[in-house]
Design a protein around this ligand. Structure first.
Ligand code: AOS
Ligand code: ZN
Ligand code: ZN
Length: 388
């Protein structure tokens, strides 16, 4: 295989998962700007996600969020996904929106609240069984706001106990992925604030527990590619939640704020063997499109990941190794920058044509009439939103 053919093959094999909640209305705590044609239920969210896959050819799975995507019949939801051309991806739990969780969920001081949270997580595994999903995605809003509010280590013990109960319930071929976040909604301590804490819990649990790196969940200046390299080296990188940020957890389109950082992260993925499907890394988008139209924004995001991936794949690995071993600092850096500065859009356009797709997926979606159709059809009912 020539270099370009291998790069194209890797790009064609890459899978990028979209989030059901990215198709619903969203906003900040100041205002949710409603958009016309937004899905009214999980079935319509899957139909919108299928448009992203149809346009890009690499986004065949959709993350669900429970209870935002609660339905009576999950097998029917999975069948609907297949009908529209996608599959159910990760099941995201929610232990942050009930009044009971004011002081936390799995780390709450009250055992009854912890039980309620664990019951929800176990229900999510039932939903994995019913939908064929292989991953339970855990993000906990647990933490404290004031020094002295609760015992830091005791909260870790409670968290570990809850995680172990859920881990034991996982079936054959199922896994859990644990996401960390520096702060928000808790402002003094967060119970899973960083990759080290997540990794420590995963290590204790066993090989079916892996870490999720959400690119918006670090302190400014954090070297995310270093974290990625370490987790891959330890076989514990479970998934990415891709998005981009200027300040905190902005959840903007991936690659919008800092395309060079995205490239560096994906270079670390490639160097650590993370593009090999056997590595089991899920490339997920965790974004909210507050002011931009949602489906084209999701398509744009997929393209941004593809462009950064293509550049990472174009890094001349042999030349890089030679320069590194020779101590050629400038030469090694130049190899990386040459790849980053390559315009990969013609290569991706060519690949799409080879895949029978329109070379310009955003334009193809916009010309297809789907946006007008959903605005006309989706009247009545309540439009789904972040949190509903
Ligand atoms: C929260 O900040 C995390 O990024 C979560 O991954 C996610 O956005 C939330 O659970 C919605 O599903
Ligand atoms: Zn996330
Ligand atoms: Zn987040």
């Amino acid at each position: 295989m020539s270099g370009t053919t291998a790069v194209k093959a890797a790009l064609q094999a890459q899978r990028i998962e979209t989030p059901s909640w990215g198709f619903g209305n969203s906003g900040t705590r100041f205002k949710v700007f409603a958009q016309q044609g937004v899905p009214r239920d999980p079935f319509e969210k899957l139909a919108d996600a299928a448009q992203v896959h149809a346009a890009t050819g690499v986004a065949p799975t959709v993350s669900l969020h429970i209870p935002w995507d609660k339905v009576d019949d999950y097998a029917a939801l999975a069948a609907h996904a297949a009908d529209v051309g996608v599959r159910i991806g990760m099941i995201n739990s929610n232990t942050f929106q009930d009044d009971a969780y004011r002081l936390g969920s799995v780390a709450h001081p009250d055992a009854a609240v912890r039980r309620r949270a664990v019951d929800h997580l176990l229900e999510c595994v039932d939903i994995m069984d019913a939908t064929g999903s292989d991953s339970l995605k855990l993000w906990f809003a647990d933490g404290t706001n004031y020094p002295g509010q609760d015992d830091i280590a005791a909260r870790q013990d409670r968290l570990a106990e809850a995680l172990a109960r859920v881990y034991d319930r996982l079936g054959e071929g199922q896994r859990m992925v644990l996401e960390y976040k520096l702060f928000e909604p808790a402002f003094y301590t967060t119970d899973v604030p960083d990759w080290g804490t997540a990794y420590a819990h995963c290590l204790k649990l066993g090989p079916k527990a892996k870490v999720v790196v959400d690119t918006g969940h670090h302190a400014p200046g954090t070297n995310i590619e270093f974290i990625v390299a370490i987790l891959l080296r330890e076989g514990r990188l479970g998934a990415f939640d891709f998005n981009s940020r200027f300040y905190a957890d902005d959840d903007l389109m991936v690659g919008a704020a800092d395309p060079f950082q995205l490239f560096r992260i994906l270079h670390a993925v490639r160097a650590g063997g993370g593009f090999d499907p056997a590595a089991g890394v899920a490339f997920m988008l965790d974004q909210c499109h507050n002011i931009e139209p949602k489906i084209p924004a999701m398509i744009r995001s997929v393209l941004n990941v593809q462009e950064a991936t293509a550049k990472a794949l174009l890094v001349d690995a042999d030349a890089l190794r030679t320069a590194q071993l020779a101590g050629d600092v400038l030469g090694a850096n130049a190899v990386l920058m040459d790849a980053y500065n390559t315009d990969v859009r013609p290569l991706l356009a060519e690949l799409r044509e080879e895949m029978g797709l329109d070379p310009n997926p955003v334009a193809a979606y916009q010309a297809g009439g789907y946006a007008e159709k959903i605005v006309a059809e989706r009247v009545g009912g309540t439009q789904a939103g972040w949190g509903a």
